[in-house]
Design a protein around this ligand. Structure first.
Ligand code: HEM
Length: 428
């Protein structure tokens, strides 16, 4: 075991060049030396073992709202306490994104959205084919092209824009607003990034509010109209709640998918033998996509708050303590582990991607299964070097306090540089 302190959350972001270069080096170390690691600087546990991550994400009693986190949970508290000057948005709209919301409001909002979105998605397969063909056609005659710029950045925003019914002439702006708005989940952003965040958030909110009014007056065949109709028919949703979550779909519907396409291109180019298998048998495509999600997840980390005192992987966790789960390492740490193969599938990231249905499935099973995250008596933590009881040997779960590192590079800039291998802070 190395004497170097274990990495904390701050070191596990694209802002850390070492992590950006090879995330697995740091994550493997965490998983082997302390799979339930207490990062005292960020005030959170970091889970890196597949079983613990799966169990955390499958436990529908976990809290998501940062407001329920203890004072020491630096990142969640920063999200709650940040007062961003210049954002013009009602309190209702600002606080109603379902990603960081607890029950019963989460399901009240998610239910009608899921109903409308799934219906639209079911209808849109030919539309996706059309959009993909439209971007591929001109590339066929070009000897070389930038695949991120010409394809991966364009297709997802075009698809989600058509599903929502937003103006197809403004795709570049939507993409830019998405990059700006996602910075709201990054408490380490620079003043310039905060300015970008404010500009993007205000523009997107104003646009969505106006579009909702237009569709309310004159419905069309699109998701914004569907939501206006559901509201008129009695779905218990405020305008701010609808607007925030439509913006969430616009953002979530393009950033992650762009990353997924980029990751897939990069992985197949760096694993030519796997590309050859896929070309020889295109029916492998579905499991290939799952495998890309497993191997290089577009979303590295997601978070929860402990709803009660509990034990995770043998480590005591108190109510309101923060939990971050590394989807990245959990997905690549199973028996098949670190080999990219289009025929191997089944990953945490794929489950998270389907989290729309996953929560529901988990919930329906909850009554017949004992809670996986059992409540148990909590031993008093030893701040000078407590031990994970489950992990046998000497796994320290309190890291020594130190200075909080400062962000030096822009998240989206870092992501861009990594081009095909970037990540966003879903759930942070
Ligand atoms: C490769 C593509 C995608 C990946 C890897 C991905 C990943 C994730 C992850 C990790 C979460 C958090 C799950 C959790 O903490 O339980 C999440 C939530 C969410 N995603 Fe995605 N996502 C993808 C595509 C999309 C798309 C296309 C949309 C919309 C059209 C979308 C909308 C959402 C929404 C609304 C939530 C919040 C769900 C809730 O809290 O109930 N995502 N996604």
């Amino acid at each position: 075991m190395s004497d170097t302190p274990l990495p904390g959350v701050f070191q596990l972001t694209p802002m850390n060049p070492e992590f950006n270069d090879d995330p697995h080096r740091l994550l493997d170390r965490l998983r082997t030396e302390c799979p339930v690691h207490r990062d005292t600087q960020a005030g959170t546990f970091i889970l890196t073992r597949h079983a613990d991550v799966r169990s955390m994400l499958g436990d529908t009693t976990m809290w998501r709202s940062p407001e329920r986190a203890e004072e020491a949970a630096y990142i969640q508290r920063a999200l709650v306490e940040q007062r961003i000057e210049g954002i013009r948005m009602s309190e209702e709209e600002a606080r109603s994104g379902i990603l960081l919301m607890d029950e019963p409001d989460h399901m009240r909002i998610r239910g009608p959205f899921a109903k409308a979105l799934y219906k639209r998605v079911a209808k849109c397969k030919p539309l996706v084919q059309l959009v993909v063909d439209q971007y591929l056609a001109p590339l066929k005659s070009q000897p070389t092209f930038d695949a991120m710029d010409a394809f991966a950045l364009r297709v997802p925003i075009d698809v989600i824009a058509r599903i929502l019914g937003v103006d197809e002439g403004r795709l570049t702006e939507f993409r830019e607003w998405s990059e700006g708005a996602i910075l709201g989940l990054n408490p380490f952003r620079s003043p310039e990034e905060t300015e970008f965040l404010v500009r993007a958030t205000n523009a997107m909110s104003q646009y969505m509010g106006e579009l909702m009014d237009r569709r309310r007056a004159e419905p069309r065949d699109d998701l914004v109209s569907d939501m206006m109709t559901l509201q008129a028919e009695g779905a218990p949703l405020g305008d701010g709640e609808i607007s925030n979550n439509l913006q969430g779909l616009l953002i979530g519907g393009n950033l992650t998918t762009t990353d997924l396409i980029g990751n897939a291109l990069w992985l197949f180019l760096t694993h030519p033998e796997e590309l050859a298998k896929l070309k020889a048998d295109p029916s492998l495509i579905n499991s290939a996509v799952e495998e890309v999600l497993r191997y290089e997840s577009p979303v590295d980390i997601t978070g929860r708050i402990a709803p009660r005192d509990m034990e995770i992987g043998g480590c005591p966790v108190r109510q309101s303590q923060s939990l971050f789960a590394s989807i990245h390492t959990a997905s690549t740490s199973r028996a098949r582990t670190r080999r990219m193969s289009p025929s191997a599938a089944g990953c945490i990231s794929a489950s998270a991607r389907r989290s729309h249905g996953w929560r529901r499935r988990s919930r329906s099973r909850a009554s017949s299964l004992p809670s996986r995250a059992r409540a148990s008596p909590i031993p008093t933590p030893n701040r000078n070097g407590g031990r994970c009881r489950s992990s046998g040997a000497s796994r320290t779960w309190w890291s020594p306090p130190g200075k909080r590192p400062r962000a030096t590079s822009s998240t989206s800039g870092g992501l861009r540089r990594a081009a095909a291998r970037h990540a966003h802070y879903c759930g942070l």
